[in-house]
Design a protein. Structure first.
Length: 544
């Protein structure tokens, strides 16, 4: 029986970027095919060429900086690389659409959801305003937005991350395309929302016979959604095959490396006799809701509502829950970066009512590592200046040589070459930038570090390296960590104790072993099911 021609065929595609007279090959002779109704996953670490390959399909790269030294891309028999702008506009948004990684940067902040979806329908389908509104409601209902009539007038910032991604999917599916390119569409989402989005895409695919090119570095997602998988490294496809076979019998060393790269190992045993570093009793952070001409307080948003916390030397407390559950707010309250009610004790000192000036004497003992290292590192400062900044403030009597030696020691401890300390953040990879942020924190030899989603923006193999680094530093310096994350696999590898939060309250609290192996509440069970690909995926957790 003759095989049907593929809906998309990429043949020997190469992509080069020219800057300052230098040309670099980002993609080298890549070939892949997608059949109608098939999902092909393109996986690999950051910089492997996945997104560049996908953007080439619709010629969305920054031309003429980007060029194609070789290759052809056929969509339904038409070579898109030879198509002019007029022909490409006919294909873009109609036959082939894309969902991008960060919906907040893809959606227009100045336009309502109705206007953004309706604009596509009016432009491509010639619908009038009433027809577009009716179709927009249908699409929002299809992608699982609850009460879509209430969301038509909403702006992107008024929606949650999951809702924004659903709107992006609705926009992508508005014109009933035949091929959907999804570029890391679930990376920034909570595990339960991620599971819902994947189920939604699979359901829509079955109903419409949709073909998908799914780009991700999360192999757990690939297992759930892809029929075939192509593995990319350094601009080349090093292995491809049916997903189940590729995962059970990988041939290439790089594929084996990716599959084995998930964070593993166990945290140190709980030690109830270790000195108490941080304690919080009945911590509350309530934000007033003010209305009327006199701006009277009519209610409160209870971001953190009566939570107790204990953290001991050399131990890790994991704080987990979905976006908006109050995880980061709790961390900011305990480190006195925002005001709160309740008692807070740090290394024996009652600091619950201390002001900014009083807290300054403890800041060297209490450090923070944030989610986005690129955003938390000044682009105008060298790495040496960034790591030394805290030393200048808290240890002003050090000589330049003494301070520089402490910077060298901190970089070496975090696995970075001290010779690179005179470079700037943009010259480092994401994983290296996060190591720099950790080096800045440990240079002051603190007793406590709050880690706020420090691995969520990193590739899995880099995640594993950062987890190993944190575990090693904790053992060496008896550090106490508060690890805030929605990635339960990382929390499982690090935490002794876990607090599960939802809507500002504790849903469940206990040892990591008990929470991960014997969760008591339906909400915790739903989180575990979504994170570890168990049979139950919703457990009553619904994106409102």
């Amino acid at each position: 029986m003759m095989e049907k021609p593929p809906i998309l065929s990429i043949e020997d595609l190469s992509v080069a970027f020219t800057q300052g007279g230098t040309t670099n090959l980002a993609v080298n002779s890549v070939s892949l095919k997608i059949q109608k109704g098939e999902t092909v996953a393109l996986v690999g670490e950051s910089g492997s060429g996945k997104s560049v390959t996908a953007l080439s399909i619709l010629k969305l790269l920054p031309y003429p900086t980007a060029s194609h030294p070789g290759g052809r891309i056929f969509f339904k028999g038409e070579n898109l690389l030879d198509s002019d702008e007029r022909d490409l506009r006919r294909v873009r948004g109609n036959d082939v659409t894309m969902i991008f990684q960060e919906p907040m940067t893809s959606l227009n902040p100045l336009h309502t959801i109705e206007k953004q979806i309706g604009e596509i329908l009016q432009l491509h389908r010639g619908m009038n305003e009433d027809q577009a509104r009716k179709r927009t409601l249908e699409l929002l209902h299809q992608v699982g937005i609850v009460s879509p009539e209430r969301r038509l007038g909403a702006y992107p910032h008024q929606l949650s991350g999951g809702q924004r991604q659903r709107v992006m999917i609705a926009m992508a599916l508005a014109n009933e395309p035949e091929l959907l390119i999804a570029d890391e569409p679930t990376t920034a989402l909570d595990v339960t929302v991620q599971a819902q989005i994947l189920e939604l895409l699979k359901d829509l695919q079955e109903k419409r016979g949709l073909s998908m090119l799914f780009i991700t570095h999360d192999l757990g997602i690939v297992r759930r959604i892809a029929d075939r998988t192509c593995v990319m490294k350094s601009g080349e496809i090093v292995e491809e095959g049916k997903t189940a076979e590729l995962f059970s019998k990988p041939n290439h060393d790089y594929t084996k490396h990716l599959i084995s790269a998930e964070p593993t190992g166990k945290p140190p045993d709980s030690d109830t006799s270790a000195p108490l570093v941080l304690r919080g009793d009945n911590i509350k952070v309530w934000f007033p809701i003010k209305k009327g001409l006199m701006r009277k307080t009519v209610d409160h948003v209870k971001a953190v509502d009566g939570i107790d916390v204990k953290l001991r030397e050399g131990q890790t407390l994991g704080i987990v829950g979905e976006s908006g559950s109050g995880k980061t707010t709790l961390g900011l309250a305990l480190t006195r970066l925002i005001s709160s009610q309740g008692q807070i004790s740090f290394i024996g000192k009652e600091i619950g009512q201390w002001n900014f000036k009083q807290m300054r004497s403890l800041r060297d003992q209490m450090q923070v590592v944030f989610q986005d290292p690129f955003g938390s590192l000044s682009p105008r400062m060298s790495i040496a200046e960034i790591v030394a900044e805290g030393l200048l403030i808290h240890q002003p009597n050090l000589t330049f040589e003494e301070r520089d030696q402490l910077v060298v020691d901190a970089l070496r401890e975090t696995g970075l070459d001290p010779e690179t300390r005179h470079r700037y953040p943009h010259e480092f990879s994401g994983g290296q930038r996060q190591r720099i942020a950790i080096a800045r924190a440990i240079a002051l030899q603190p007793k406590f570090i709050m880690l706020d989603e420090p691995t969520s923006a990193l590739d899995m193999s880099v995640q594993a390296q950062v987890v190993d680094l944190l575990r090693d530093l904790q053992k060496r310096h008896k550090l106490a960590y508060m690890f805030i994350s929605h990635d339960l696999k990382v929390v499982k590898a690090l935490a002794n104790e876990v607090i599960v939060m939802r809507q500002g309250k504790v849903v469940e609290q206990g040892s990591a072993k008990q929470i991960f192996e014997r969760p008591k509440t339906d909400y915790t069970k739903a989180l575990m099911a979504a994170a570890f690909d168990l049979k139950a995926t919703s457990g009553g957790v619904v994106e409102q």
